[in-house]
Design a protein around this ligand. Sequence first.
Ligand code: F3S
Length: 286
Amino acid sequence: MSVEIRKAKSAGFCFGVKKAMDAVYEQIRTGGGKPIYTYGPLIHNDEVVRELKEKGVEVIHSQEELRQLKEGIVIIRSHGVSREIYDILTKNGITCVDATCPFVKRIHKIAEKESLAGRRVIIIGNEGHPEVEGIKGWCGTPAAVIENEAQAREFTCKTGEKLCIVSQTTFNYNKFKDLVEIFQKKGYDTVVVNTICSATEERQTEAREIAADVDVMIVIGGTHSSNTRKLYEICRSECENTHFIQTLDNLHLELPESVRRVGITAGASTPNNIIEEVQNYVRINF
Ligand code: F3S
């Protein structure tokens, strides 16, 4: 008897990533031969980045590298960047194509407005993640990044200091709620804005629901992709037999006879063809 496959409808490219991909392809078509760059790899997927390189799209890895650039088109990826990056582009006369996801743009606006109004911005997210670094760069006052309960408990601020809590768009919603609760118990004057994007919430909810219902769960996405890692955590807590793979090549699946249902989900930067390959592999082999 073959296994039943449950593939998440929300698996794969989200709307923000699709938008960024479209922006790059449009520049390849209409850029008129100008050099095209993305500030950081466009998405956390090595194959896609390689494919773009073949089409002449180079990756800029650092602010220093960006400062050296004197011509061309720079595409800002969906993660967004700090205000300083826009300033460098303007100063050097570089064409900027801004593919920042609107959900991230919204956080930049909140961070700017609330910090100007005197609130210290607390970002619930992962220190060092490009999206978090970008958000920090819109805060008029130094922001704090909190990613776990220990950090939330240890956090203290000056008497009378006001706070504004936002979240990295791909943060785990339940963890966000728990961390916010710790802050609220401290009794500070705090504004909380849940800025987890709906695509992430849907993807996580669906992944949790499927993982709880299957015998084996497969999560596909880049090892550097934070949203995929979070999906893995969620699925692993519901289904012990959860596999995290980047492409079909990493899947070394041996299914015992007792396995009836296999679930599949994928992070926001996983192209559809990879998801389909994995799905077909499971369908044909088990
Ligand atoms: Fe945007 Fe959400 Fe995707 S913030 S880039 S739609 S995961």
